[in-house]
Ligand binder design. Structure first.
Ligand code: CNA
Length: 242
């Protein structure tokens, strides 16, 4: 079995040789910035909040108990103040060098853009903005954070919802297509900080038929067998060694 140093060296070489890297990531990319993930050791799914964890991120809760939905969003999901970590910054560096073509993320925290990355495909939306569910008017997230109870549109009194994709909602097909195109053309796919369990986002990874497929994650994932280089460690830590 290869040592960690040997794997990092193999990764370094692969990155040097690549010209069209695509990164596919998840909540684990931001844990080193201080944001909890869902399914990791310290993840939100390990906490007891009353309802089953997925309910708090569902369109169902927003529809049937909006008070509870917004209470949870304000306390646990929105309005954090964190900074990009070494993983976000390294990806930005590769993009500036012309090596990395796209970041496809399941994250909703906007940290890739905060690090300066440009081509970021946010499959599950983001927590920076929100919109009226009735007339679609856009608002800043302060429309939720600086109000109480169920936030309402100034124009039509519809409910204002964060621009995140909740369980039970469909992903934007244009974004899925864009992400698929990038992955099919890539000459290297780096997957990191994701449990690879949430579809249809994860099905995108199957579109990569090239080599090398790199996986950097603390825990095991359902696609470990497919990876040409597998590193079980913190992604910010690994990237800072490159
Ligand atoms: P997940 O299911 O919580 O999995 C995270 C994975 O990352 C786990 O396998 C962890 O072991 C691993 N992990 C945690 N920290 C690190 C680290 N430092 N380095 C490497 N691996 C690490 O999250 P997924 O992204 O797979 O699931 C998709 C959900 C999570 C999306 O719908 C997101 O919106 C949602 N989410 C996003 C954020 C965010 O935007 N920061 C936070 C929490 C959840």
């Amino acid at each position: 079995m290869e040592s960690k140093e040997e794997k990092i060296e193999a990764l370094r070489k692969a990155i040097d040789n690549a010209e069209n890297i695509v990164f596919f990531g998840g909540a684990g990319v931001s844990t080193e910035s201080g944001l909890p993930d869902f399914r990791g050791e310290q993840g939100l799914y390990r906490k007891k909040y009353g309802l089953p964890p997925e309910s708090y991120f569902s369109i169902r809760l927003l529809k049937y108990d909006p008070e509870e939905f917004f209470k949870f969003q304000r306390k646990r999901i929105l309005g954090y103040d964190v900074k990009p970590n070494a993983a976000h910054l390294k990806l930005t560096e590769w993009e500036k060098q012309g090596k990395l073509r796209a970041i496809i993320t399941q994250n909703i925290d906007g940290l890739h853009q905060a690090a300066g990355s440009k081509n970021v495909i946010e499959l599950h939306g983001n927590t920076k903005h929100c919109h009226c569910m009735r007339c679609n008017k856009s608002y800043k997230i302060s429309a939720i954070m600086e109000t109480e109870g169920v936030p309402r549109c100034k124009i039509c009194h519809g409910i204002i919802k964060p621009d995140t994709v909740l369980y039970g909602e469909k992903l934007d097909v244009r974004l899925l297509k864009k992400a698929t195109d990038h992955i099919r053309k890539a000459d290297m796919l780096i997957v990191g900080g994701t449990s690879l369990t949430v579809n249809p986002a994860v099905s995108l990874v199957h579109e990569f038929r090239n080599k090398p497929f790199v996986l950097i994650n603390i825990g095991l994932t359902p696609m470990d067998d497919r990876a040409d280089i597998r590193i079980y460690d913190k992604i910010g830590q690994v990237f800072s060694e490159l």
